[in-house]
Ligand binder design. Structure first.
Ligand code: ASP
Length: 359
C-alpha cells in the first residue's frame, strides 16, 4: 500500500479522533464578540457597596469584569477583550476618537460584533462618531452604566451582559452604532443622556427606542434608515473613511451657544484660533458681524436648535462632530450641506425601498 493510500484509509479514523478531542463548547459555535473598553462608570470602583454616586470611574480592567459574567456569558458569545484605555469619557479627545475607530475596525476583522464600553457623560458623542466613521456593517454596540461595577443593584453587569447579547445576536447588522443601556436599544444619532443620576437616563426623543433586550430575547421594532442600503456596502458606508485622512489633519470645529443678548466674542476668538467650523446652538443678533468676518475667511457655520430637537433632531454636540468630519473631507460648503442632509437627517426612501425588492 502506498503512503497516499494509507493516508486516505486513515482519514475517517483521524476525523473521529479530532471530533472526540474537540472541547464540548467548540461543537456549539457561539458568535465572537470583542469588547473594546474605554473606561467610565461601568469600570468604576466604590469604597462601599452602597456608594451609588460617589466612586472612581475607569478603574477595573475589562478582563476582570468579563470574568464576573462567566460562566453565563460564555453561553451567549465567545468574548475577547481589548483594553483601549481606562478613563472617564470626558477625558477623551477627537484624536482618541480617531484611534478608537481603528481599534473597532481592527476588532471587527476577526469578531462578528464589537461592544464598546464608554462613560455615559459623552456616550452619545462616542456613539455618533463611531456611527459616522466605522466602515464595517457588523454590529457595534456601546454600553456603560450609571452605577459602578462594585455596588449592590448596579446596572453595570446587566448592561454589559445585555450589550454582548445584543451584539452576538447580529440583529443590528447594518444599523451602524447603537447604544444599549437599561435594556433599551438606541440609535446613535437619536440617543441623548437626559439625567445625571437615573438609570433610565438615555432617551431617543421624538424617534423612540429601537427595541429591547429582555433576558436573552432581543426585540427590535425599528431600524435607522441606513439599513435600506445594507445590500450595497458602497452606499451603506459614509464618506468618512478615516484611513484617507491623517489624525493631525482633522480640523477643529466648536460650538457657540446662543442666548438672550449673547455677545460675538466667542465666535471671534474661535475664528482667530483657526477653527474651521462653528456650530451655533441658538442665535443672537450680535453674532452677525463676527460670523460674516469668519465666513469671509472660509469658516463654515451650521445653526442648530439648543433644544436637541427640531427638524433633524441632531443635538449641537453631534452636529459639531458631523461638521468636523465633513470639513476633514471637503471645504466645499455645498458638499457639507449634502452630507448634512444624508447623515444628519437620514430618511427612509419609500419610493425605492431596496428592502422590499426581494419577494
Ligand atoms: N459619570 C460618567 C459615567 O457615567 C463618567 C464617565 O462619563 O466616564 O460613566
Amino acid at each position: 500500500m502506498t503512503r497516499l493510500h494509507w493516508a486516505i484509509r486513515m482519514l475517517p479514523a483521524l476525523a473521529l479522533i479530532l471530533f472526540l478531542a474537540a472541547p464540548a463548547n467548540a461543537q456549539e459555535q457561539v458568535p465572537r464578540v470583542t469588547i473594546v473598553a474605554t473606561g467610565g462608570t461601568i469600570a468604576g470602583t466604590s469604597e462601599t457597596r452602597t456608594s451609588f454616586q460617589s466612586y472612581r470611574a475607569g478603574q477595573l480592567p475589562i478582563e476582570e469584569m468579563l470574568a464576573d459574567l462567566q460562566p453565563e456569558i460564555g453561553e451567549v458569545a465567545d468574548v475577547s477583550t481589548v483594553q483601549f484605555d481606562n478613563r472617564g469619557s470626558g477625558g477623551y479627545e477627537v484624536a482618541d476618537y480617531y484611534d478608537l475607530t481603528f481599534a473597532v475596525e481592527e476588532a471587527l476583522e476577526t469578531a462578528d460584533a464589537v461592544v464598546v464600553t464608554v462613560g455615559t457623560t459623552t456616550m452619545e458623542e462616542f456613539a455618533y462618531w463611531l456611527d459616522l466613521t466605522v466602515q464595517s456593517p457588523k454590529p457595534v454596540v456601546l454600553t456603560g452604566a450609571m452605577r459602578p461595577w462594585t455596588v449592590i443593584g448596579t446596572d453595570a453587569h446587566a448592561n454589559l451582559f445585555n450589550a454582548i447579547t445584543l451584539a452576538a445576536s447580529g440583529r443590528t447588522t447594518c444599523f451602524g452604532t447603537v447604544i444599549l443601556m437599561n435594556d433599551e436599544i438606541h440609535a446613535a444619532k437619536e440617543a441623548w443622556k437626559s439625567d445625571d443620576y437615573r438609570m433610565n437616563t438615555f432617551i431617543s426623543r421624538l424617534q423612540g427606542t429601537l427595541g429591547y433586550v429582555d433576558e436573552r430575547d432581543v426585540r427590535v421594532f425599528r431600524a435607522p434608515p441606513r439599513i435600506q442600503r445594507c445590500d450595497d456596502p458602497a452606499q451603506w458606508r459614509t464618506p468618512f473613511d478615516l484611513s484617507r485622512v491623517a489624525k493631525e489633519e482633522l480640523p477643529r470645529a466648536e460650538i457657540v451657544v446662543g442666548y438672550q443678548g449673547a455677545g460675538p466674542e466667542a465666535i471671534t476668538a474661535f475664528h482667530e484660533a483657526g477653527v474651521e467650523g462653528i456650530v451655533l446652538a441658538g442665535g443672537s443678533p450680535y453674532f452677525r458681524e463676527a460670523r460674516e468676518a469668519a465666513e469671509a475667511d472660509g469658516v463654515i457655520f451650521r445653526t442648530q436648535s439648543r433644544f436637541r430637537s427640531g427638524r433633524d433632531n441632531l443635538m449641537p454636540q453631534k452636529t459639531r462632530l458631523l461638521l468636523l468630519l465633513s470639513l476633514a473631507f471637503t471645504d466645499d460648503p455645498d458638499q457639507v450641506d449634502e452630507w448634512f442632509a444624508l447623515y444628519g437627517a437620514p430618511e427612509f426612501d419609500l419610493a425605492d425601498p431596496p428592502l422590499t425588492s426581494n419577494p
